[in-house]
Every structure is written in C-alpha cells, then in structure tokens.
Design a protein around this ligand. Structure first.
Ligand SMILES: NC(=O)c1ccc[n+]([C@@H]2O[C@H](COP(=O)([O-])OP(=O)(O)OC[C@H]3O[C@@H](n4cnc5c(N)ncnc54)[C@H](OP(=O)(O)O)[C@@H]3O)[C@@H](O)[C@H]2O)c1
Length: 118
C-alpha cells in the first residue's frame, strides 16, 4: 500500500501560535514563513535585511490578506543584534511556539566572523 507523500496540507492550523523564522527573506525560510502564515500562525520574519523582509511580508499578505506577519531585525553574526532581537521579542510576545532556525549559508561565502561585542 503506497502512502501519500507529506505536504504542507498535513500541517494543522496554527492559529494562536507564534512562530519565528530566521532568514525568511529567501529560499526555504521564505517558503516556511508563507506556509505558517497561511496556517494562521503569527509569523515573525527575523531578518538581517529589513527592507527585503518587508517585501517578503508584502508578498505573503498579497496572497493571504489576513496574514499576521511582523518583520524584526536579526543579524545572527552579531551578539548585539541577537540581544536586541530577544529584547524586542520579549517586549511584544509572551510565548514562542515555533522557532525555525533556518538562516545560514549553503555554499562557500566570504568568511565572516561573529561580532561578540554586546
Ligand atoms: N538549499 C539547500 O539545498 C540546502 C541544503 C542544506 C542546508 N541548507 C540550509 O538551509 C538554510 C536555508 O537555505 P536556503 O537555500 O533557503 O538559503 P538562502 O536562500 O540563501 O537563504 C538564507 C537566508 O539566511 C539569511 N542569513 C544568512 N546569514 C544570516 C545572518 N548572519 N543573520 C541573519 N540571516 C542570515 C539570508 O539573509 P539575506 O537575505 O540577508 O542574505 C537568507 O534569508 C540554510 O541554513 C542552509 O545552510 C540548504
């Protein structure tokens, strides 16, 4: 007996849940954010390029007019940025249901060092 392949249709409704997707400006992160918004989660696009993030948010809202999306700055190569994101998140939300740790690089890029300064 063949089983139906898993698809986004198998994801239950996420209403009332809060999701953070890092690196949601392109690729897997963008698609993940789109599906979570469609499933009615509150979705935070945690991105290092806010204007790119706003464009993605607009795109998702164009497809799902009631999408609950917020763009928040997060550069994971800077501890200061991570701390600022955390403070802002905690000021706005009292729960986190899904953390999609997607941001990253898949191929050889110029070498970058994390900025450890707070
Ligand atoms: N695609 C694949 O075949 C594949 C295979 C194995 C693993 N992965 C992993 O899956 C994840 C997504 O891959 P993808 O192909 O969708 O990549 P992608 O399209 O290049 O997207 C990567 C995302 O990560 C963000 N990002 C990179 N460095 C960041 C930082 N320091 N702080 C915040 N955001 C940062 C990028 O932001 P900007 O828009 O600002 O650049 C972008 O939004 C990556 O972690 C990758 O390593 C992918």
């Amino acid at each position: 007996m063949s089983r139906k392949p898993w698809s986004a249709d198998d994801i239950p409704n996420q209403k009332g849940r809060v999701s953070v997707v890092t690196g949601a400006t392109s690729g897997i992160g963008k698609e993940t954010a789109k599906v979570l918004a469609q499933k009615q989660s509150t979705v935070i696009l945690a991105v290092r390029n806010v204007s790119k993030g706003e464009k993605v948010a607009e795109e998702i809202r164009a497809d799902y007019s009631d999408a609950d999306i917020l763009v928040m700055p997060l550069d994971l190569s800077s501890l200061r940025s991570i701390q600022a994101f955390s403070s802002l998140f905690l000021a706005k939300f009292n729960r986190l249901d899904l953390l999609i740790n997607n941001a990253g690089v898949a191929c050889l890029m110029p070498r970058l060092m994390t900025d450890l300064k707070f």
